[in-house]
Design a binder for this molecule. Structure first.
Ligand SMILES: [Zn+2]
Length: 500
């Protein structure tokens, strides 16, 4: 067997295991009975052990090093080998004892988090969170040597989600964004609030909401022959394969905008997963180069498209067909204002486009300090509340609606939050490049011709998968690397008009 055939078979087997694990995860969040939790945990654990064994096999290591020395290896194949090597290096560097300790700490911390959040008792969570941080530092120290001498512990964790990004590069960009956002939020806060009462106190039939979200998925270009939508407590997208991409949404009877925006968001993730070049299917580069790039696709459709006037000009009449009694009398302008209602709040997942990134900044700055030890876990609530007051002008009354609101830290995901903001910045860069290169976004969205934008994204981002790094992908598509300027210009224009 030649070396490439050997490697190709091993790579595809790992990818198959990813797909099966993804399907199990999807099932757990959607249809599996609660009683199946424990055996499901074993199924997953067994498969993960098999995958780890495949990834760390010396035979795979041999074939990778031979292939990497081959200068005639075509670009795509080289990228495939490098992506597998990246995973393999990490699998080998982090000892099994640490992986096991992390999994145990995570499940204990998640349980403590749920209790502590319920009873607003941060002291109950604190020692568990301390342990998660300690293990995260250990993990970072295992991986850090792969990133070069300048890499910090935080860089090592960030690199898991946003390969190539560092805190030294990200910090100043985010600080620039903060200096722009804090006064903008204060300025908007001083303006009169738009009337959103027409959405309140009414019941929007869940079945009709469901049908409307299915219609939206189809219209936007999510391929329902190669995917499906279901319901879950927390919306997510899971690619099982390029021909089977699952998105979920959640429906609240009194909040129709919630299901609409979560469906559009997940459609953005889902269309990306459906868009990898067929030649790459089943390989290590049929994947996103970073969480931020993935998020740029969801945010682009959710916000840049799904909260635009052009989108609602087309979509409101359609929504009225589903809810004639509830929305029949509402005019476009009032609806558009309601969809873009800005208000500093305490909860990240409820935040609007303008305030959202300040929530991320609070978390980024605090997790950097927690990991380095500059901030003790016991001082987290105070530090949290003071940053919320400074950036957003609001103060949580309890830690449950403060530093305990998100699952990320208890779950051991340090270095993940910034990818949400990176996604927002990339999405604005992409829209402004589309406008420069193709133009007429507003007009095509207003006509419901989303395919114009989707084809461009396919060409620039989706097709290539992880052939290039995240920044190379964005640079290729927009002419520059991560840059907050287009996002700031977008907010300035849109919300300057809405809140003159
Ligand atoms: Zn997302």
């Amino acid at each position: 067997m030649d070396r490439w055939t050997d490697f190709d078979g091993r790579m595809r087997e790992i990818k198959d295991l990813d797909g099966i694990l993804g399907l199990l995860g999807w099932d757990e969040e959607t249809y599996a009975p609660r009683s199946g939790r424990a055996p499901r945990g074993r199924h997953t654990g067994t498969l993960e052990a098999i995958r780890h064994e495949r990834l760390s096999s010396p035979a795979l290591g041999d074939v990778i090093s031979t292939l990497l020395q081959d200068r005639s290896l075509p670009l795509e194949r080289r990228a495939m080998v490098e992506r597998v090597e990246r995973r393999r290096e990490r699998a080998l560097r982090v000892p099994a004892t640490l992986v096991k300790a992390m999994a145990e700490a995570r499940s204990l911390t998640l349980a403590a988090w749920q209790e502590a959040k319920g009873s607003n008792d941060f002291a109950h969570l604190a020692p568990k969170l301390d342990r998660v941080l300690e293990l995260s530092r250990e993990r970072a120290d295992c991986v850090r040597p792969l990133l070069g001498p300048a890499a910090t512990r935080y860089d090592a964790l960030l690199d898991d989600n946003e390969p190539g990004m560092t805190a030294a590069r990200l910090g100043p960009l985010l600080a620039k964004l903060r200096e722009f956002l804090v006064p903008l939020v204060a300025r908007i806060g001083a303006r009169p609030r738009p009337d959103t009462s027409f959405l309140r106190g009414k019941r929007f039939d869940p079945e009709r909401q469901w049908q409307f979200t299915m219609r939206l998925l189809r219209d936007l270009g999510f391929d329902l022959d190669r995917g499906r939508q279901d319901r879950s407590a927390h919306p997510f997208t899971q690619g099982i394969s390029e021909h089977d991409v699952r998105v979920t949404t959640r429906i609240f009877e009194d909040e129709p905008l919630s299901a609409i925006s979560s469906t559009i968001h997940e459609a953005g993730h889902g269309m990306y997963e459906q868009g990898f070049l067929p030649a790459f299917h089943g390989t290590s580069i049929a994947d996103a180069p970073s969480a931020g790039i993935h998020e740029s696709q969801s945010r682009l459709w959710e916000n840049q498209v799904g909260r635009s006037r052009a989108f609602w000009k087309r979509t409101l009449p359609l929504l009225k067909e589903f809810f004639p009694a509830e929305l029949g009398q509402i005019d476009l302008e009032a609806f558009y204002r309601a969809v873009n209602f800005v208000e500093p709040g305490l909860i990240r997942v409820d935040a609007d486009e303008v305030t959202y990134n300040l929530h991320i900044l609070v978390r980024f700055e605090l997790e950097v300090a927690l990991l380095s030890g500059d901030l003790a876990v016991s001082d987290l609530p105070g530090a949290w509340n003071s940053k919320m007051k400074t950036y957003l002008g609001v103060s949580p009354k309890t830690d449950s609606e403060g530093c305990m609101q998100d699952i990320h830290w208890p779950w051991g995901a340090i270095g993940y939050f910034p990818t949400y903001t990176i996604g927002n910045l990339y999405s604005a860069q992409l829209m402004s490049a589309f406008e420069r290169e193709v133009g007429g976004a507003e007009a095509s969205i207003e006509r419901g011709e989303y395919g114009v934008l989707l084809s461009w994204l396919r060409d620039k981002v989706h097709h290539r998968g992880w052939l290039d790094t995240a920044e190379e992908t964005i640079r290729r598509a927009t002419g520059s690397g991560l840059d907050p300027a287009p996002f700031m210009a977008y907010l300035e224009k849109k919300f300057g008009d809405l809140y003159p």
